[in-house]
Ligand binder design. Structure first.
Ligand SMILES: Nc1ncnc2c1ncn2[C@@H]1O[C@H](COP(=O)(O)OP(=O)(O)OP(=O)(O)O)[C@@H](O)[C@H]1O
Length: 237
């Protein structure tokens, strides 16, 4: 059955850290198609290469071999500047440890991708309010990020991730630093964003429960996908 072309397509990815004695082969030929608007969990034991794979897919890091294509564009053919622009426009990021500037306001944190994308100052506040609104944080816009609770901080990080209206949201252990209740709230928000905007969601997680809620899971072990049949989009929704 013909399928629409994938939004992301990784082919035979290799990633090697270090050299000599400390050389470590973290990705050993990973091929993976990701369909537009699917929800994908990348699972596997600690140190298996999950974050490395996510970073390479998201153009945060370049592979040492193989290719990543975004909408048929070979990311390896782009200059660093072109890659940075594409990442800022098309991808949003949520990390376990939030990575907020705690001394800055919610407004300043969420506006960061808009500044990188050279959106004029006069348009930023409205865009930030729109991003905060579905997360229930528009009333906190002028608060210092460091004054917020962990769950609220992760919601600010999600607002920052969606403020540029990206097509793909990458989340690395998004609920890992949160208690059960706040983790559930954040998980629900991520799936709501997928439903509302058709965002493609790519999530690295240790949580079997979170992974189960994704349309598809791929499992990585020692830098290889453990079930090669899972690399196509048959299971995508
Ligand atoms: N910058 C680096 N330099 C050297 N080795 C690295 C670097 N980053 C990761 N590694 C190694 O590569 C392997 C894969 O790391 P990665 O972070 O992708 O694993 P992971 O599956 O996400 O693990 P975890 O679940 O513990 O976060 C690990 O053995 C790690 O020690």
């Amino acid at each position: 059955m013909p399928m629409s072309s994938p939004i992301l397509q990784a082919s035979d990815l290799q990633k090697v850290y270090g050299a000599g004695e400390s050389r470590f082969h973290a990705l050993r030929g990973v091929s993976l198609d990701i369909a537009e608007a699917e929800t994908l969990a990348i699972v596997g034991p600690s140190g298996s290469g999950k974050s490395t794979l996510m970073h390479v897919l998201a153009a945060l890091d370049r592979p040492d071999g193989g290719t990543v294509r975004f909408r048929d564009q070979d990311l390896g053919a782009l200059t660093q500047r072109e890659l940075d622009t594409l990442r800022n426009r098309e991808f949003g990021f949520v990390f376990q440890q939030f990575h907020l500037d705690e001394g800055a306001s919610v407004m300043e944190n969420v506006a960061m991708p808009l500044m990188v994308g050279r959106i004029p100052r006069r348009d930023r506040r409205e865009a930030v309010l729109q991003a905060l609104e579905p997360l229930g944080l528009e009333g906190r816009i002028d608060e210092r990020a460091g004054n917020l609770s962990g769950g609220q901080r992760q919601r600010v990080a999600i607002a920052r991730a969606i403020v540029n209206r990206p097509r793909v949201l990458f989340a690395d252990e998004p609920t890992g630093a949160l208690d059960q209740e706040n983790g559930e709230k954040v998980a629900r928000l991520l799936f709501d964003l997928h439903e509302q905007y058709g965002l493609t969601l790519v999530m690295v997680t240790h949580s079997g429960e979170l992974a189960e809620r994704c349309g598809r899971q791929v499992s990585i072990l020692d830098g290889r996908l453990s079930d090669p049949a899972s690399t196509t989009m048959e299971g995508a929704r």
